[in-house]
Design a protein around this ligand. Structure first.
Ligand code: TYM
Length: 333
């Protein structure tokens, strides 16, 4: 049976290899299976949980759409839209924030990381952000949600919210409890500068990540400068438990090459690290450069990107508005 897929990406600029390997590459595979109904959302309401420049945000929304398409998502097969275009997301988030419990949200590790030491100054939106994410998913009766490993806890919260709503209002399976789709092996791509930190758009140094808009020179330079250790290439996967940077680079290679970590380790065992880095660079250029060139081309055609969003909003709205109407009825509004 086909799956109902929903996922979202924040339009905060600099979509990177972590977003691609952790999420977008999966979106493309799911989009290519004709049995699936896929919805991919540019989550602009999530983006404003931290300060955004309005002009940049507008550009970043288009750039995220361009990245989806350049990576291989077909807007004729999947719905691509921006969250703020569909009012039900904000309405749903409010309603579900009355279902979610403080204790549940207090456990969210991403809030703790993002708010840092000064959490008194974080926006209320940053704190309640996983509730908005739950609304996104539940409005479309999504059965499966492809995400990177860092979103796992938010998905568990979404499942708890759905179950509590169904119980509280005696509505068996009214809100579909979604399954996460998280890759087994390469669901967390790490920084090129520190193998213990995830690759992220918020890290200051651009050398820590491969952006999907990087050209050949940038990719080669970043891989050359990527942190490694003085040891030779590993001869077993177990050895990598202690060698985080080597593990990450071999993982990136394997994921791009659709091979297992084991076979990549076998393939490079006994060779020089520099030789591995050259091959990794070549593979990255082969996979990322076409995406980067296509993004740049698409960004020159704003009317096309805007039309995709407009059509997507219309389709998404026709689904979400019906669901929110039912939710309101159930609540007694
Ligand atoms: P966001 O915009 O931070 O990231 C988008 C997707 O990329 C994945 N990702 C990674 N995967 C592997 N390694 C990394 N270093 C890495 N960095 C990011 C994320 O796991 C995510 O899948 N809250 C979400 C967006 C969202 C959403 C939703 C997702 C809003 N509503 C509903 C699914 C369903 C977020 O901020 O992702």
């Amino acid at each position: 049976m086909g799956k109902k897929i929903f996922s979202g990406v924040q339009p905060t600029g600099n979509l990177h290899l972590g977003n691609y390997l952790g999420a977008i590459k999966n979106f493309v595979d799911l989009n290519n299976d004709p049995d699936n109904d896929c919805i991919f959302c540019v989550v602009d309401l999530h983006a404003i949980t931290v300060k955004q420049d309005p002009k940049e945000l507008k550009n970043n929304i288009r750039e995220t759409v361009a990245t989806f398409i350049a990576s291989g998502i077909d807007p004729k097969k999947s719905i691509i839209f921006n969250q703020s275009g569909v009012a039900a997301h904000s309405e749903g988030a409010w309603i579900l924030s009355c279902v979610a419990r403080m204790g549940w949200l207090n456990r969210m590790t991403q809030f703790k990381e993002k708010a840092g030491k000064d959490k008194e100054k974080a926006s209320v939106g940053l704190y309640s952000y996983p509730v908005l994410m739950a609304a996104d998913i539940l409005l479309y009766d999504a059965t499966h949600v492809p995400v990177g490993d860092d979103q796992k806890q938010h998905l568990e919260l979404c499942r708890d919210i759905a179950q509590k709503f169904n119980n509280d209002f005696d509505q068996d399976n009214f809100l579909q409890v979604p399954e996460p789709l998280i890759q087994k092996e390469f669901s967390r791509i790490m920084s090129l500068k520190d193998g213990s930190k995830k690759m992220s758009k918020s890290e200051l140094s651009d050398l820590s990540r491969i952006n999907l808009t990087d050209d050949r020179d940038a990719i080669e330079n970043k891989i050359k400068k990527a942190k490694t250790d003085p040891l030779p290439m590993p001869s077993s996967v177990e050895e990598l438990n202690e060698r985080l940077e080597a593990r990450n680079l071999l993982g990136i290679y394997s994921s791009l090459n659709n091979s297992t970590l084991q076979s990549t380790v076998d393939n490079f065992s006994g060779k020089n690290f520099s030789e591995f880095k050259n091959q990794l660079s070549d593979l990255l250029v082969k996979k990322i450069e076409p995406i980067s060139l296509e993004i740049k081309k698409l960004l020159n055609d704003r009317p096309y990107l805007d039309k995709i969003l407009l059509e997507g909003v219309e389709k998404a709205n026709s689904i979400a508005s019906k669901k929110i109407d039912r939710i309101k009825e159930i609540l007694g509004f």
